[in-house]
Write a protein of this length. Structure first.
Length: 485
């Protein structure tokens, strides 16, 4: 079974969120099941630098519309995953990020940059493919590759079957109607049952309309996006296609996120050496300029600072958190006003609150290990990875009951404690009142060492690897191929 995994991100070379990590972890897990999987992604500067001599395997021309000629190059990742690098220097070898220019604005030709990626994904699953490898399944991820199922539908209906995974429905790839011919799509695609979405062209809607199977990165998110509250205007289409929609919980890289072997920690630990976690807390407090206090619970945050993540609520609770009493360390970047808010609460509470604007992989690991409690008050969260990192590091999380957070964190209460299921603290409404109550409950529980260790044990012994999820994706692939046969 030949599967093309089409993605705009693949760690460690390009990553803006969970998609890059998911792609890099799921691909080898699927190959371990005997699936002939190859990954298609743009040849960004980091990939060109990593594989400067990647051989040419195909010249691509005449793809339609204003899509340019391009090249495909072959490489292999360190863990043996074959990569197909889409090489068009004018599109992909640029400063800034994969989607944004250095000024923080979208690249104005993103429709062509990711239209090309989607078109080539479809080409690799079509009779036009000139490689000696043609895929049976095109697995697209998010809006940047979501047009692949539409291209297959309109240009190669006898081609590969398709799967689309939604990592965040909020990002839909919306462009003007004039981009339709530029992308080489027929006029017939401009209809409510095509790619048109409120007088704009939507990459994501095209994928949702024509993919043979749709998955999300958690079971709860698959249900939430069928409601008006979380459907981002696409809930009607998702309800219509509910029979091909399912949620598969993301896993994590259990080798990279393992406190027993983490090279970023001052002391490594596991359940048998849980006392060594205290050394990581003291080191983190010192590094961040906090008072070194073993008698105060230390809350940790590693996140994008955006409204989606609910961290505006946490900033508003700074005074109450310090009065618990407790400390807070935060690492993240995002909304400019929220960055200023976190810088301000750190300035107002020296020794108790510290904030680093930006991202630092090593510091993220040290926060997971050094914090006592992790905070993720997301308004919506398709899956979330940090809560799983936290559980693995013996750092019980405080989360809102949404998406993957609801699927992985079990609230500490009398019932769940009695059943030995509790592993964190869950609140329901995205309000300062509900979040504040959950923070208080977590701090009070932290002061009960025996009870706290029960929570830590539940999290640290849970299984969050990729094998079960990979098996579920493989089952979807097999069903699609069997149906075609």
């Amino acid at each position: 079974m030949k599967v093309l995994f089409a993605t705009p991100e693949f760690a460690p070379w390009v990553k803006t969120g969970g998609l890059g990590d998911m792609a890099a972890s799921l691909a080898p897990a699927l190959r371990s099941l005997g699936i002939d999987l190859r990954v298609l992604l743009p040849c960004y500067p980091a990939l060109q630098k990593a594989f400067p001599d990647a051989p040419l395997v195909a010249q691509l021309a005449g793809l339609g519309g204003e899509l340019p000629d391009a090249a495909l190059r072959a490489a292999v990742s360190a863990d043996g995953v074959p990569l197909l690098l889409l090489d068009h220097p004018d599109f992909y070898r640029r400063p800034g990020g994969p989607y944004l220019a250095p000024n923080g604005r979208d690249w104005i030709d993103n429709h062509l940059r990711f239209g090309l990626l989607s078109r080539v994904a479809a080409w690799l699953g079509s009779p036009a493919c000139t490689l000696d490898w043609r895929c049976d399944i095109v697995h697209s991820n998010d809006w940047q590759t979501a047009l692949a199922p539409a291209y297959l539908h309109y240009l190669a209906p006898e081609g590969a079957r398709s799967v689309l995974t939604l990592h965040n429905l909020a990002f839909q790839g919306l462009f003007e109607q004039a981009t339709l011919p530029q992308l080489g799509l027929p006029d017939a695609a401009w209809q409510i049952d095509g790619v048109e979405f409120y007088d704009r062209l939507s990459f994501l809607k095209g994928g949702l309309q024509f993919a043979d199977r749709i998955t999300t990165v958690s079971p709860t998110y698959a249900q939430e996006i069928q409601t008006k509250a979380h459907g981002m205007g696409l809930d009607g289409l998702l309800r219509k296609r509910h029979d091909v929609l399912s949620g598969i919980l993301n896993g994590i890289d259990t080798a990279a996120w393992n406190p027993a072997e983490d090279r970023f920690l001052v002391e490594r630990y596991d359940l048998r050496r849980l006392e060594s976690k205290a050394a990581n807390k003291a080191a983190l407090q010192k590094e961040m300029g906090l008072d070194i206090r073993a008698d105060l619970p230390l809350f940790g945050v590693v996140s994008r600072l955006t409204e989606q993540k609910g961290l505006d609520l946490l900033a508003q609770l700074a005074d109450r958190l310090v009065d618990l009493p407790a400390q807070l360390v935060a690492l993240g970047s995002g909304d400019a006003d929220m960055e200023l808010d976190f810088a301000e609460i750190a300035r107002c509470h020296p020794g108790h609150i510290a904030c680093v604007i930006g991202f630092d992989e090593a510091l993220a690991h040290r926060i997971e290990a050094g914090a006592d409690i992790f905070v993720m008050p997301s308004r919506f969260e398709p899956c979330g990875l940090n809560q799983m990192y936290s559980l693995r590091y013996g750092t019980p999380p405080v989360v809102r009951a949404t998406g993957g957070l609801a699927d992985t964190v079990i609230d500490c209460n009398q019932t769940t404690l009695g059943e030995d299921r509790a592993n964190g603290f869950v609140f329901n409404r995205a309000t300062t009142e509900d979040l504040g109550d959950a923070l208080r409950r977590a701090a009070e529980t932290w002061r009960k060492p025996e009870l706290w260790q029960r929570l830590q044990r539940q999290g640290m012994t849970a299984e969050f690897g990729w094998q079960e999820s990979a098996n579920r994706y493989a089952a979807i692939y097999r069903a699609l191929v069997a149906r075609r046969d």
